[in-house]
Design a protein around this ligand. Sequence first.
Ligand SMILES: [Fe+2]
Length: 291
Amino acid sequence: MIVRQLGYLGLAVRDTAAWQRLLVDRLGCQPAVGSSPERLRFRIDDRSHRIAIQASDAERIDYLGFEVADAAAHTELVERLRAAGHHVVAGTAEELADRQVLGLSHTVDPAGYRVEFYYGPTGDERPFVSALGIPGFVSGALGLGHVVIATPKYEQTLRFYQDQLGFRVSDHITTGGMEAIFLRCNPRHHTVALLRSAPDTEESEFHHFMLEVPDLDSVGRAHDDCVQAEVPISYSLGRHTNDRMVSFYLRTPSGFDIEFGTGGRLVDDATWDVDQYRSISFWGHRPLPTG
Ligand SMILES: [Fe+2]
């Protein structure tokens, strides 16, 4: 698979202070070197940063950063995208410095999100230290987590991630009110999932991104802490059917969710068969009013 992982995520938000409190005080991320009040950066592992948050007068997903192995893979992917008719733009020196990567290009996926392809990320030699005592996130070569996007351009977006970026289908979930497909680019069960939008929906919607921790106690403590701090919980604790993750969802100040969980299963390509599921969760994940 030419894309190796979801390496970083860029958000533009109105309330950076609320995001800082959420990511650091509630979920245990670490402020990264180079953060400023206008541009916050957060670590979850030994990378320089995984999440960048830009102060803005609008709420939006600025970019999804997908990692490829090296310069040759980057060139190959850019040529493949251009051959398929996509408009691909080379990153500027400022963008490379900001993302702290050696090489970068970007395009827009059919759902409307800016996707960046990069190689040569920068590490941070200092140990990752979580103020909450989280021993480390489940990331590394598996990437920062996953993103879930609801889009009316379901088929086109699926083709983009599958045919152009080389993602493989892990499984499908079809319930009464929902159709979703789960795509992987490494052993993490899914790095991108797509939800089919309701008919007559025009805009794609960013549903959530997921951060994974290595133990259930870290999830339970974060859940307790979110409840205590009155962070809105959008879906109760539960275990998903397909990736087996035990998680809860909280509503961010930008209106979409973060899933915070543990125990996501890994896929072995040699033995994996695609399944379909008729429910999202074995138990829990009840939708809750978020006010
Ligand atoms: Fe998720």
